[in-house]
Design a protein around this ligand. Structure first.
Ligand code: C2E
Ligand code: MG
Ligand code: MG
Length: 391
């Protein structure tokens, strides 16, 4: 139960009331207080119906106000049922679940569903797996080739982090990156991806194979730490990679301009030669004002925008307009998610000059990447900074 409006004496007297109501409601021996304003009621209930009923009654009670001699107030609550051992197997798991699931109350009394609990459980499992994988050196970086329609060769690649876990199979970054952003692991993970990318660029001589730069996804949260830029510089120098060989992809989830330090870091990085791409364009927060105000090397159009054009002529026209517009502003368009020849032809006709997708290749292990590029670029000139068209 939370309240930000009362002084602590009022709060204490309200809590005393709540506690004695709970004792009468559920029996004194079944009530546990696990933090100042957190209570657990323990019931033996193999069928699950008793707990269900208790939770509803309880939640309903908190929709009406509580009164003591001094104050009358409604309290915000979060109520949910945790099944032992289905939902949690150890005390630590129980504690984690209570902490993540029951702390953020919203106005009113909230009843967590079984799915809510399962979602929190899954999130905690992924978090554990991620921590283990980082500690156990089981994170990997794979690379997806990017093809230039102008040179008809592979000119770049995107670094994509992968996690190997024996217990939980198929955990992809879409699931664990947001968790890493929340718990702060993104900083370590981000450095790992950056350092691996520098190593691969250097070790496989990617420049001589025709690769201008490798894209590294950076979370905007990484910019909130001042040491990002110096740390990147140190890793880059260690591997003898120039800043021009790194292109940083950002998704503007947070409004960049609202965080002055982020903008400053990006400017500093541009000055030494890093370039930036705007990722996932067309989803969520991106808008045209953003495009005009910032200085991006590439705009990456989200795959969902491309795919929506497959099923609707109207969406296909919108995509065509979008690509033309971005190109007219002198940005490169990277179309990601290209899986078929039809999609390739469609976006190239509209002017997309860089293509990424399963049609060319899935993300590859580093050794497969080097082999793929050598095969695709055989007989072509090494990368130069200016576009050249083959005759
Ligand atoms: P993203 O940066 O937009 O990366 C492109 C995603 O689309 C990748 O998914 C890639 O495998 C997938 N993809 C590319 N072409 C195709 C295609 O033709 N068909 C289909 N079905 N999928 C395609 P992935 O590797 O699962 O990554 C998902 C997201 O996770 C990334 O989206 C990015 O936002 C994030 N991410 C991945 N690696 C990192 C990282 O090292 N750091 C950060 N901060 N985020 C990362
Ligand atoms: Mg990306
Ligand atoms: Mg993307």
């Amino acid at each position: 139960f939370f309240s930000r409006l009362f002084n602590s004496r009022d709060m204490d007297s309200l809590m005393a009331d709540v506690a004695s109501w709970l004792e009468r409601f559920a029996g004194r021996e079944n009530i546990f207080r696990f933090w100042q304003e957190g209570f657990a009621i323990v019931v033996y209930d193999p069928e699950g119906s008793k707990a269900e009923e208790l939770a509803h009654t309880l939640s309903r009670r908190f929709e009406t106000a509580w009164s003591t001699d001094e104050v009358t107030a409604k309290l915000e609550t979060v109520t949910g049922i945790i099944r032992v051992p289905d939902d949690v197997g150890t005390l630590r798991q129980l504690q984690d679940l209570l902490i993540s699931g029951f702390q953020d109350s919203q106005p009113g009394s909230m009843l967590l569903t079984r799915e809510d609990i399962a979602d929190i459980r899954r999130m905690l499992d992924v978090e554990d797996a991620l921590r283990d994988a980082i500690a156990g050196n089981r994170m990997e970086v794979w690379y997806q080739p990017i093809w230039s329609a102008e040179t008809e060769s592979i000119v770049a690649a995107e670094a994509l982090v992968r996690m190997r876990d024996e217990k939980l199979e198929n955990i992809f970054p879409d699931e664990f990156i947001p968790i890493a952003e929340k718990n702060g692991m993104i900083h370590e993970l981000g450095r790992f991806v950056f350092s691996e990318t520098c190593r691969v660029i250097s070790q496989y001589g990617l420049k001589d194979l025709g690769i201008r730069y490798v894209d590294v996804n950076v979370s905007i949260y990484q910019f909130l730490r001042d040491d990002l830029f110096p740390a990147f510089e140190e890793m880059r120098r260690e591997w003898g990679v120039s800043a021009e060989q790194i292109n940083l992809e950002i998704t503007e989830g947070l409004a960049l301009e609202e965080v002055a330090s982020v903008g400053r870091t990006i400017e500093q990085m541009r000055k030494v030669g890093y370039s930036f791409s705007l990722d996932d364009y067309g989803t969520g927060y991106s808008n045209l004002a953003r495009l005009l105000g910032e200085n991006y090397l590439n705009i990456k159009i989200d795959k969902s925008i491309l795919w929506s054009g497959d099923s609707s002529q109207e969406n296909a026209v919108l995509l065509d307009d979008l690509i033309r517009l971005i190109r007219s502003m002198n940005n490169n368009v990277v179309q990601e998610g290209v899986e078929t020849k039809e999609q390739l032809d469609r976006v190239v006709r509209s002017g997309a000059n860089l293509i990424q997708g399963f049609y060319f290749s899935r993300p590859l292990r580093e050794e497969d990447l080097a082999a793929y590029i050598s095969r695709m670029n055989a007989g072509r000139a090494p990368a130069s900074d200016t576009e050249t068209t083959d005759i």
